[in-house]
Design a protein around this ligand. Structure first.
Ligand code: SF4
Length: 273
């Protein structure tokens, strides 16, 4: 996708973005736009809902039906949009803090219901917008403004969380693995049911600086070196997997979701009345 093609999907008068130089948010967003273009979807047939955080600012820049909502509540709003307008493709843009902390309950119950949504989680392992506090995905021992001596909490694995809760398409890629990220987001949008993409991205301003991970290219170099395929990961033991980012499609199944069941019920009730 070249610049002009990308601009077709952007509100030019809202650019440039507020994102820091080197932030990975633009890469994940471009992957999403490229996925939408590849699918040939019309802009008016897409609704994008975001919560609060650096990544959630994306809804201000993209030219779809967009809602920038409350912290942690993007999935709740998106559920309402989907039930009111099942004809729309509804995509949620959220961050690791927004989706896994304050929005954690909405996330697990949307997975449990197999709600027909695509949730793209910009996972930079930290709260960027509010000043670099540790998030539910900050690795144990890593530093943040609220963990200057290292994080004492075990992190959530977004993929495992989505799997356990019942999502029916789950994938992970990093900003280094851009083409895979496009492919996975594309499959997630095309999927009927709850689809989740753990989009691992860099926040050089906070996470990178506190953890001495280097600048943005340095962080992407780390993604390159630590990323391994799901197939390869299956042959490694727990010790060998330490510090690795497992990339791939973890779940891709079909099963009835809330939206189709709800529509079926409505049709049945109409027949009876
Ligand atoms: Fe990106 Fe981090 Fe800057 Fe937020 S604070 S825009 S996540 S680099």
């Amino acid at each position: 996708m070249n610049k002009d093609e990308a601009l077709e999907y952007l509100r030019g008068n809202h650019l440039p973005t507020v994102w820091c130089p080197g932030c990975g948010n633009g890469i994940v967003l471009k992957a999403m736009l490229e996925a939408i273009k590849n699918l040939g979807l019309q802009k008016d047939n897409i609704a994008v809902v975001s919560g609060i955080g650096c990544s959630s600012r994306a809804t201000g820049y993209i030219d779809f039906n967009t809602m920038h909502t409350l912290h942690g509540r993007a999935i709740a709003f998106a559920t309402g949009v989907k039930l009111a307008r099942p004809d729309l493709k509804v995509i949620v843009i959220t961050g690791d803090g927004d989706a896994m902390a304050i929005g954690g309950n909405h996330f697990i119950h949307a997975c449990r219901r197999n709600m027909d949504l695509t949730v793209v989680i910009y996972n930079n392992n930290i709260y960027g917008m509010t000043g670099g506090q540790y998030s539910p995905t900050t690795p144990f021992g890593d530093k943040a403004t609220t963990a200057p001596y290292g994080n004492l909490e075990a992190p959530f694995d977004i993929v495992e969380m989505a799997k356990t809760a019942g999502a029916t398409y789950i994938a992970r890629a990093t900003t280094y693995h851009y083409m895979l990220m496009v492919k996975y987001i594309q499959k997630a949008i095309a999927h009927e049911g709850m689809s989740v993409v753990d989009a691992v991205t860099q926040c050089p301003t906070y996470y990178g600086r506190y953890n001495k991970s280097g600048d943005a290219p340095g962080m992407m170099q780390y993604f390159k070196e630590s990323g391994i395929s799901l197939e390869k990961a299956k042959s490694l033991d727990q010790k060998a997997l330490e510090g690795k980012i497992i990339i791939g499609e973890f779940v891709d199944i079909q099963k009835p979701g809330y939206v189709s069941e709800y529509n079926k019920l409505r049709e049945n009730l109409k027949v009876k009345s």
